[in-house]
Design a protein around this ligand. Structure first.
Ligand code: IPM
Ligand code: MG
Length: 367
């Protein structure tokens, strides 16, 4: 019997609520499919700060090191808002986790079911079939981590700060490979986004990506856009993209734009894959919903658990090689929300809505 060994980091506010439901779904498919779950729960984010004095306690990192994947909830909220920026739960938990586990490949599906087009701020006429794209973001390089990164005082007493945007070809090529593989499983189109009219790193990015695809993936249709234009195109006609592929900071910004045009954050999952392999020889990864901790609805059984459940499905796919089980969970979520019309408040649009637990129960019913 296969045992899935993973770390569970529920985090804050609605994090633990939706995590409970995702674990319930995993327990259910494990029983059906004959595998077992071996997970350890650890504090992260605000819970880490409150119980251990920091957002990413060493004990939590140790739990993650002993696992094949991390199922992550959401962190942060008003309680910790007054901390200095580098101690804030989100930044102080996610950035060191990305660095510690070399999580260089961020995969964010931008999926909006046809039945939910009303959730998007775009006119339904622009997205008659919903939205189905995916953003591949480089996650451990660029201006986020480049050195030097410093604030100094100039001789005249003025303050000056700098960040460094830096990429080398090997970093660009390894994320290009993830974009290519993603495209091969979908529409075989990749749009690489850069700012090659201004930035040196982008000139290298564009040349490296072009050469890499020509050499390794000539069958994929590769195009390039400047990031400002990409932001416009995404709002104008998102489905012109299949795989949107870009560096760290551009990806941070464009993936939030993609999330908002996809309507409810409660439906969006993500995967951050590591360079290293887990004990199964598959990518170690961190899987988290896009939505955040939603403090306003926490503790009231109102949160939409779908994004957390879909993130668990991504974990099965990428870190445990259970493609069919992952696809079954995704199909069950889709059927529950569309055919059965079961909705939490964020996607109800005036019709009746159910609670967090009832949504998960309905999904389990469809499994
Ligand atoms: C994200 C977040 C993080 C980022 C923050 C919390 C550091 O916005 O995952 O997109 O900028 O990468
Ligand atoms: Mg972001």
């Amino acid at each position: 019997m296969q045992t899935l060994k993973f770390a569970v980091l529920p985090g804050d506010y609605i994090g633990p609520e939706v995590m409970t439901e995702a674990l319930r779904v995993l327990e259910h498919v494990a029983r059906q499919e004959g595998f077992s779950l071996d997970y350890t729960v650890a504090d992260v984010g605000g819970a880490g700060i409150d119980n251990h004095g920091k957002a990413l306690p060493e004990s939590t990192v140790a739990v993650c090191r002993g696992a094949d994947a991390i199922l992550f909830g959401s962190v942060g909220g008003p309680k910790w808002e007054k901390l200095p920026p580098n101690e804030q739960p989100e930044r102080a938990a996610l950035l060191p986790l990305r660095k510690a586990f070399n999580l260089f490949a961020n995969i964010r599906p931008g999926l909006l079911y046809k039945d939910l087009v009303d959730a998007s701020p775009l006119k339904p006429s622009r997205i008659p079939e919903g939205i189905d794209i995916v953003c591949i973001r480089e996650l451990t390089g660029g201006i986020y981590f480049g050195q030097p990164k410093a604030t100094e005082t100039l001789p005249n007493g003025e303050r000056q700060a700098r960040d460094t945007m830096i990429y080398k070809t090997s970093e660009i090529e390894r994320i290009a490979e993830v974009a290519a593989r993603t495209a091969l499983g979908r529409g075989r189109k990749v749009c690489s986004v850069d700012k090659a009219n201004v930035l040196e790193t982008s000139v290298l990015w564009r040349r490296t990506v072009s050469e890499y695809f020509a050499r390794k993936h000539p069958g994929i249709a590769l195009t390039h856009l400047y990031v400002d234009n990409a932001a416009m195109q995404l709002a104008r006609d998102p489905n012109q993209f299949d795989v949107l592929f870009t560096e760290n900071m551009f990806g941070d910004i464009l993936s939030d734009e993609m999330a908002v045009i996809c309507g409810s954050l409660g439906m969006l999952s993500s995967a951050s894959l590591g360079a290293g392999k887990n004990s199964l020889g598959l990518p170690f990864g961190l899987y988290e919903p896009a939505g955040g901790t939603a403090p306003d609805i926490a503790g009231r059984n109102l949160a939409n658990p779908c994004a957390q459940i879909l993130s668990a499905a991504l974990m099965l796919r990428y870190s445990f090689g259970l493609e069919q089980v992952a696809a079954r969970i995704e199909a069950a979520v889709r059927k529950t929300v569309t055919v059965d019309g079961v909705r939490t408040g964020d996607i109800a649009f005036g019709r009746g809505s159910v609670g967090t637990d009832a949504m998960a129960t309905a999904i389990i019913g469809n499994l």
